[in-house]
Design a protein around this ligand. Sequence first.
Ligand code: SF4
Length: 662
Amino acid sequence: MNTAPASLEGIYCPSLTEYKRRLTREVRIGELAMGGANPIRVQSMTTVDTMDTLGSVEQVIRMVEAGCEYVRITAPSVKEAENLGLIKKELRARGYQVPLIADIHFTPNAAELAARLVEKVRVNPGNYADKKKFQTIVYTDLTYGAELDRIRERFTPLVQICKEYGTAMRIGTNHGSLSDRILSRYGDTPLGMVESALEFLRICEDLNYYEVVLSMKASNTQVMVQAYRLLVQKLEEEQLQPYPLHLGVTEAGEGEDGRIKSAVGIGTLLEDGLGDTVRVSLTEAPELEAPVAKMLIDRYTTRAGHAPIKSICNLPYNPFQYQRRETREVLNLGGHNVPRVVADLSLVENITYQDLRPIGHIYHEVLDKFSMTDQGADYVYSGKTPIGFMLPNGLKEILDYTVWSEADHHYHRFPLYTAQQFGTAETWHPQLNFVQVTIHDLSQDFIDKLHARPDVVLLLETINAHAMPEQRKAFIRLMNQGQPVPVIIKRSYSNLYEEQVQLFAATDVGGLLIDGLGDGVMLSTQDLSFRSKEEWAYALEGLNKLAFGILQAARTRMSKTEYISCPSCGRTLFDLQETTAMIRKRTDHLKGVKIGIMGCIVNGPGEMADADYGYVGVGKGKIALYRGQQVMKKSVPEERAVDELIELIREDGNWLEPLAVE
Ligand code: SF4
């Protein structure tokens, strides 16, 4: 069973059912404050070499014009820190007041200089006072205390300078760069991440310095969400100040995958009112990040005042640790089955073989045969129109109950009942029956009736603007009643831009999956502006890919290669976008393999934390290749590096030749 927190007192957010932002301390960052009653701020980071003053200035301006309210710039050493002064001067001369943030790793002297020049410094507690040697060290309380004294000594001068100059600070933990000390004591865990920041934060408070923002980034969305929640909980427990939170998923990647992964992590927290600033990290030009962050944030400006959701008295799962809700197995749904994808073709007229292509089932005319991609839908909902041919590859059909009961071969199809029909129907499929419900249908009587029908799967939908929390509450109700019925999460989106659908669905569905809730996903559109089959095909393909993408980003079903690529910065040693595209082209058929693509050796190996293979810049035109955290080839010329990476994958027996489709 899941471990349940004893009560909801002191839970990680202001409310699990009513949208409310967590009230945080206001922190001044130059002329633009963060936290408190201020709007959630957008920020991003430059990728140009910090020593290229004009290049940096021009990129900052492009980012500001795209909606960035703060801009972070890397300062790997004192000379870059010094150059921040020139960049700032030029920006101010051109009329841009945007606050600048120096990004520091390993170099306290660069931090101490930058803190005199710019509005905020970001320190990584994993490497501010420690060099990583990947060693496990056994500490006694005494030796651990001595380490903390050493950190205090190294960190205090920076805090004093920040106090003197009115400079803010972010203590930004990264899952991938925890110190050997933290790893030795707490392991590679959300608690280790939180403790890593708190060690530095306690020093700040001891010195009466409070202009602090905190972050807990990870590329694993489950770890990231758990770490932020735990951080809030620990701040309250220790009665530390309610510092603002900077939200981000590290190394999210590019394109649709990067957006979906970011939304799963960031959106899940925003839903619960956590977060005062957002940075979306994409392996793309930094000016493309701000609009994504803004789209995520803007969704909450009108969220308050949503239809009420009854409060929760008992949380039946642990929000700090992933465990899938226990459900009974019904055919291939629930139990230990991967979450299933249901494609909604109910608005497509006269479904033909070709209409299955967008949902991953491809008909080859010459062979008169179907094949399935790694993202082939598991079920198709055809509504009121039975499909007139045998479905391929184990694909199963769901029909509305009234049509199903009249249809031919109804043993091979499955009925979908409304909640009312569930109470009165006389005909049932012997193996699997779907019932479409909202939270309002889950009365005691309805739940009691479910106990008598172990062949039922629920299709849970909502029209509440606070959608994810309402569906979460429905799951909680079922769990508190000991009802193990499998549940498919159904969401419908219409009249939105494609990118909005991606971000919103990833937030709404991902936010449930992250807590182990959901045995399947059905994404629909009622957008009747699609008139032709081509337009439908495009929309269906997008929704099908999106459903699989969300399952992968929430780490509940792997159907493709995962790329953990850094967003690049002034340290980057090769063209990340081009290289990522090249690696993707050669490897994107390797289902479930995780490949890290990192711009530099300083942070790259740590940041790609749980990748199976790594491609890391070590010098101009030179690449190091990793198997897990172990370097296998130290300095491969860039032009041969992708081939050698593939060779490494092949040696491990993980390589597959790509299948040519048509
Ligand atoms: S891993 Fe990428 S983003 Fe991080 S410091 Fe290195 S180059 Fe910059």
